[in-house]
Design a protein around this ligand. Structure first.
Ligand SMILES: *Cc1c(COP(=O)(O)O)cnc(C)c1O
Length: 404
């Protein structure tokens, strides 16, 4: 057996990431700085965890106030922000959900929200739908990304995410993303839920065919299965609507939220949706020490407040039009093989023979632009929704130069 050596022989860090060679020390809105004072435009925004930029004043103020009052209670006791947080998040999400009067179950990371949705859907399946004990199935899409826990990688199609992590959790069926017929064929009386990202982020910002999510909703309705939308990356303004499912006026039964819900300050996630479904998670059946803690609720409430006016969603639409227009130009010029996306969110494919996505990201970093490759030749752009137009233009100028 060979012992893998860390890239830097002095590093005591486990090698589960391969970051760009940039060490950041401070940030404000869409700009971050390294120790040498070099400034970069952040075109990744923490994979959409920083939808409101670095250290948004309203979010930092909410966190500071709460740090001086109360930070953690555990759910053994109540605290004064827990109900207000649930009420505000339920109100924000209600227009996008199938059932009125949704419930909120707060967790911390995105993967925990997905795990919570899987558990709730299964328990609902047994107790309400009447699926025979331990026979529940959940249908998911190939190319998905829902997190890194053992159960979640059980239904991943990414070999790197799975290899040598088995044995896996059974009960999942995988169908091609965007293929309604394949989904219809996979659903049967054991199916408790269809779990999808409305737009696949990690896969390279894959937008499904226009009639797909409507068909998913109809298939779920006729099978008596839940539609669970993982909006952890696509939700909270990124696509120009509060939730991506709203682009197609499709209402899921449950949504998982995370990333931007914590305002780029701390991990905050939640499952929001049907009271009939989340109501099966009674005391003692599920929980989290940190879920719904006072600091998380204070920041989450401030995030919801930022989204309530719709100005960030409008910005994502306006700046997104510029982004996609300029990327379309690069495709027309042959500098890019393809560009996809919606709102302030794009996946670009570097043409064959023009180097890897990684090489382009390294080149961009030397030009003061931070982005991240995925799957070899693809680069994801997801700048803060608060990015000044001039910074977006500058980042796209530098991208054009790097591709030239
Ligand atoms: C990031 C992400 C997750 C996992 O979130 P973590 O906070 O990293 O656990 C789940 N689903 C989607 C769609 C994501 O983008």
């Amino acid at each position: 057996m060979t012992t893998p050596q860390p890239a830097d022989a002095l590093s005591r860090l486990a090698p589960n990431y391969h970051p760009l060679p940039v060490t950041l020390v401070s940030g404000e809105n869409a700009r971050v700085r390294d120790a040498d004072g070099r400034e970069y435009i952040d075109m990744l925004a923490g994979y959409s965890a920083l939808n409101f930029g670095h250290r948004h004043p309203a979010l930092v103020a909410a966190a500071h106030d709460q740090l001086d009052r109360l930070t953690l209670t555990s759910r053994a006791f109540g605290h004064d922000l827990l109900e207000p947080f649930a009420t505000a998040l339920a109100a924000l999400a209600a227009p996008a959900l199938a059932a009125p009067h949704p419930l909120v179950l707060p967790m911390n990371t995105g993967a925990e929200a997905v795990e919570t949705a899987v558990k709730a859907a299964r328990k609902w399946g047994y107790e309400v739908k009447g699926v025979p004990h331990d026979r529940a199935t959940i249908v998911v899409a190939a190319g998905n990304f829902h997190g890194r826990t053992t159960t979640i990688v059980s239904f991943s199609t990414d070999e790197d995410a799975r290899r040598h992590f088995g044995p896996f959790t059974p009960g999942f069926r995988i169908v091609p993303f965007g293929d309604a017929q394949a989904l219809d064929d996979a659903v049967d009386e054991t199916t408790v839920a269809v779990l999808l990202e409305p737009i696949q982020g990690e896969a390279g910002v894959i937008v499904p065919p226009p009639d797909y999510l409507g068909a998913v909703r109809r298939i779920c309705d006729s099978a008596g299965a839940l539609f669970v939308a993982d909006e952890i990356q696509s939700g909270l303004g990124r696509t120009g609507t509060t939730f991506a499912c709203e682009l197609w006026a499709v209402r899921p039964d449950l949504m998982t939220l995370g990333k931007a819900l914590g305002g780029g300050i701390l991990p905050v996630s939640a499952v929001v949706g049907s009271a009939e479904v989340l109501g099966v998670l009674t005391a003692g059946t599920h929980g989290s020490t940190f879920g719904g803690n006072p600091l998380a609720c204070a920041v989450g409430l401030a995030v919801i407040e930022l989204l309530r006016g719709g100005t960030h969603q409008a910005r994502a639409r306006d700046l997104g039009a510029t982004l996609h227009e300029r990327l379309g130009g690069l495709v027309a010029d042959g500098a890019l093989a393809a560009a996809r996306g919606v709102g302030l969110w794009a996946g670009l494919d570097v043409p064959p023979g023009r180097g890897s996505g990684r090489q382009l990201c390294e080149d961009l970093a030397t030009r003061g632009v931070l982005a991240k490759d995925t799957h070899g030749s693809t680069i994801r752009l997801a700048p803060p929704l608060t990015i000044p137009r001039a910074d977006l233009d500058l980042a796209l100028d530098r991208l054009t130069d790097a591709l030239g």
